[in-house]
Design a protein around this ligand. Sequence first.
Ligand SMILES: NC(=O)C1=CN([C@@H]2O[C@H](COP(=O)(O)OP(=O)(O)OC[C@H]3O[C@@H](n4cnc5c(N)ncnc54)[C@H](O)[C@@H]3O)[C@@H](O)[C@H]2O)C=CC1
Ligand SMILES: O=C(CO)COP(=O)(O)O
Length: 333
Amino acid sequence: MSKIAVFGAGSWGTAFSMVLADAGNDVTIWGRREEVCATINERRENSDYLPGIALPPTVTATHDPEQALAGAEAVVFATPSQTFRQNLGEWKAFLSDDIVMISLMKGVELGTLSRMSEVMADVTGAGPDRIAVVSGPNLAKEIARREPAASVVACADEEVAKRLQALCHSPSFRPYTSVDVLGCELGGAYKNVVALSVGMAVGLGFGDNTTASVITRGLAETARLAMALGANPLTLMGLAGLGDLVATCSSPLSRNRTFGEKLGQGMTTDEIYASTRQVAEGAKSCSSLLALAQQTGIDAPIAEHVDAVVAGKITATDMMQSFVARDTKAETD
Ligand SMILES: NC(=O)C1=CN([C@@H]2O[C@H](COP(=O)(O)OP(=O)(O)OC[C@H]3O[C@@H](n4cnc5c(N)ncnc54)[C@H](O)[C@@H]3O)[C@@H](O)[C@H]2O)C=CC1
Ligand SMILES: O=C(CO)COP(=O)(O)O
C-alpha cells in the first residue's frame, strides 16, 4: 500500500483522495482549517465541501504538513492556484528529495504567467521527472459519487506517468498517460475562462447554438495558444482539452460556469465573490492567459472579453454582441 499526501481539503482534494483510496492507497489530507480535518477524521465526511459522501477508512486528515508528508511517495496539490507559490514555500521544508509532486490545479499565476508545474519547479528545484499534473473532465461531486470518468496523468517522464497512473486507477476512475504537461495544464486553465463566457451566455438566456459556438471557438483559442507554446494538438482534442471543456461548460456543478451565469444575470464580480467560498480559477486566470496570449502574439478574444467583463469594464451583453460583430475571418485562421 502506497502512502500519498493530498494538500487541500476542498472539493477536488477530497474527491481525488477517495480515488486514491479506492485504488488501494493510504491517503493523508492536509487541510488548512483544523475543524475540517477533525470532521474528516471523526465523522468520515467533509461536510463543508462534499456533504453526505462517506469517506473511505484509508483517508485521514491533518493540519500538520510534516505529518501529512511523513513516508509519502507522492504529494498531490489541490489548493487555489494564485496562493500556491506561497503555500508551497511553506511546505517545501517537509518535502523529501525524491517525492513526486502532482498538481490538480487549473490556473495560471498572475504576474509571472507561470503554470502550476512551473511554480513547483521554481519553488522546489525539482526536475521534470518529479513533476506531474492530473487533468480531465472531473467534476469533484461526480467523482465523489464514484460516477465513471477518465482523466490524464501527464509527466515529462513517461515511466513516472505510468507509475502515477497505476496509483490512481480505481474501479470508477480511468487515467490515461501523457508526456504533454503544458498542453494538459493550458487545456485545464483555459476551459475555465471559456466556461465563464458560456455561463454568461446562459445567464443572458441564450440557448445551445450560442453555447456550442462559444465552446467551439474556445477550443480553437485554447489550441492556438497551447500549440504556439509547444503543446501536442492531440492533447487539446483529448480529455484534458475537449473533454474537460465540454464537462465544465455543460455542467451546473461547475463553479466557473456558475460564476459566468451570475455575471450574465447582472451581478458584479465582487458580489459573486461574496456569495461563495469556492474557487472559480478562471476569474483570475483570464488575465494571466490573456497576457500569455499577448506575449506569444496570439489572438485571444474570449480571454480578452471575459477579462473585461470580470473587471467590470464591459457587460456580458457587450461581450456577446462584440463576439458576433468582430471582423469576419476563415474558421481555421
Ligand atoms: N472542484 C472540481 O471539480 C475540480 C477542481 N479542480 C481544480 O482544483 C483546484 C482546487 O479546487 P477545489 O478543490 O475545487 O477548490 P475548493 O474551493 O473546493 O477548495 C479549495 C481548498 O483550498 C483551501 N484554500 C483556500 N485558500 C487557501 C490558501 N490561501 N492556502 C491554502 N489553502 C487554501 C480551502 O480551504 C479548500 O480546502 C483548483 O485549481 C480547481 O480548478 C480541478 C478539477 C476538478
Ligand atoms: O475542473 C473542473 C472539472 O474538470 C471543475 O470545474 P469548476 O472549477 O468550474 O467547478
